[in-house]
Design a protein around this ligand. Structure first.
Ligand SMILES: Cc1ncc(COP(=O)(O)O)c(C=O)c1O
Length: 465
């Protein structure tokens, strides 16, 4: 199909170089399983599950049918002072998967709303306990917590904050956990737990009684899969407990099987006071987020309010939207019936083997990975982010979608992927990373050699497929 480029002008695309995109658009028409199909018929393997959200693969008919059924029966009802059954059922299903005690579930419409809501819950918790002065928040460099005002302040990415002024919550940032000596470490690095002691320094700097909560992604996802060093999350938990600070895990990417367990909290055996969720909650078929709240926090807030009064003055018109709940329940059914978290856990070794074998591609400067999530750092090829987006675009035209942030590629295939899918992802990554390298470096023989290996791998793969 020929696209009229003028017809693209009205849409201001999010997190996109609008002018560049509109000069050569990458338009997807449909998707199925692990593949996307462009408007001109190219098949693209999805190595990032969309934006880490389509864990069960694309366009699942079970979810579409559940949403359609719900829309014809009850498309909407107000979520304040009344309810509908599906929202209670989905809350039960999420609670069943959550770590023990995190079984009170508040619904929102995105990861960003989940984060801002969890900030408000943390503030309200301290307020009703008579510690309303605890208003400072702690997060971490290289964190991504969405784009609403609270999440923007928490995020540790300069570009995401730079243009938006200072009218945001007061946040102190822990150092990020990337260390040069941990380059190419697979799984949890042995070194770096002491970085958690930054929280103690923040406590001594500002006073424990000024700090409401500490927010971390168990694995920092969007900035390139920074896996927590052994003992790091445990140490954060300890310092929070010693100082009355709530610990919030942002599991928007890690949640629902990405780390081999329902939640990263279970993979790393550290229980937070709240978890923020979104993305794979509905397999991205409907916008939805949630906060799984621990009993201590829920009971404190709810019991502080007089009978028959609203306990938390917070909520959205679309909190627990019927169509989103239908999608969420159908998604939970798929996870259970297809044993998808276990499937992801079994594929993880093979996936990480293949991804870590890319470390010899000359443009690659580091690789990290855990479960079905990996980050590949690329050597800069110009201003920050240029190597990332250039490589992402090249990969797209080679038939692979992968999310880039800065100069990092973040690989997170759907949990329904097979070894053959992983091979296809590996082959395309290797081909493009080798070509990018050949432009940067001039070791003709080696480049040619690696490129030759790619062709052989491709041939073998096409025979197998
Ligand atoms: C860890 C984390 N938190 C929050 C968000 C924000 O989610 P959303 O884009 O649904 O608002 C994201 C999005 O990628 C995320 O990765």
């Amino acid at each position: 199909m020929r696209i009229d480029l003028k017809s693209l002008e009205n849409l201001w695309m999010p997190f996109t170089s609008n002018r560049d995109f509109k000069s050569k658009p990458r338009l997807i028409e449909r998707a199925e399983g692990v593949y996307l199909y462009t408007t001109d018929g190219h098949q693209i393997i999805d190595a990032s599950s969309g934006l880490f959200c389509c864990a069960a693969g694309h366009s699942r008919p079970e979810i579409a049918e559940a949403v359609q059924r719900q829309l014809s029966k009850l498309a909407y009802t107000a979520p304040f002072q009344m309810g509908h059954e599906l929202s209670f059922e989905l809350a039960r299903r999420v609670a069943e998967l959550s770590p023990e005690g995190l079984d009170r579930v508040f619904f929102v419409n995105s990861g960003s709303e989940a984060i801002d809501t969890s900030i408000k819950i943390a503030l309200a918790y301290h307020y009703v306990r008579g510690e309303g002065q605890r208003q400072r928040l702690v997060s971490r460099e290289r964190a991504y917590h969405g784009v609403n005002l609270g999440g923007t302040a928490l995020s540790g990415m300069v570009k995401n904050r730079q243009a938006f002024g200072v009218g945001m919550p007061a946040v102190a940032h822990l150092r990020h956990t990337w260390l040069p000596e941990n380059r190419f470490v697979r799984g949890q690095p042995e070194r770096g737990a002491e970085l958690a002691d930054d929280l103690e320094r923040i406590v001594s700097n500002y006073g424990a009684d000024s700090i409401a909560a500490c927010f971390v992604e168990p694995i920092a996802g969007s900035t390139g899969c920074l896996v927590p060093p052994v003992g790091y999350l445990e140490r954060l938990r300890e310092i929070c407990d010693e100082n009355g600070i709530l610990l919030v895990f942002d599991e928007v990417i890690c949640g629902f099987g990405r780390t081999g367990e329902p939640f990263a909290s279970q993979s790393f055996s550290v229980r937070p006071d709240m978890m923020t969720l979104a993305k794979a909650l509905t397999n991205a078929a409907q916008p939805m987020g949630a906060i799984a709240v621990g009993r201590k926090v829920y009971d404190t807030i709810v019991n502080a309010a007089p009978e028959r009064t609203i306990e938390l003055f917070h909520g959205y018109t679309y909190s627990g939207h019927p169509a989103a709940c239908a999608a969420g329940i159908a998604t939970m059914d798929i996870y259970k019936n297809e044993n998808l978290f276990e499937r992801g856990r079994r594929l993880s070794d093979y996936f990480l083997d293949r991804i870590f074998s890319l470390q010899d591609c000359g443009s690659v400067t580091d690789i990290r990975g855990y479960g079905m999530l990996a980050g590949i750092d690329l050597a800069p090829s110009g201003p920050a982010g240029d190597a990332g987006i250039t490589t992402q675009k090249k990969l797209f035209w080679e038939g692979l979608h992968v999310k880039s942030t800065g100069d990092v590629l973040i690989v997170a295939p759907p949990l329904i992927s097979t070894k053959e899918h992983v091979d296809e992802i590996h082959y395309k990554l290797k081909k493009v990373l080798t070509i990018v390298w050949s432009k940067i470096k001039v070791d003709g023989y080696l480049t040619y050699n690696v490129y030759f290996q790619c062709i052989i791998t491709g041939l073998l793969q096409s025979i197998r497929i």
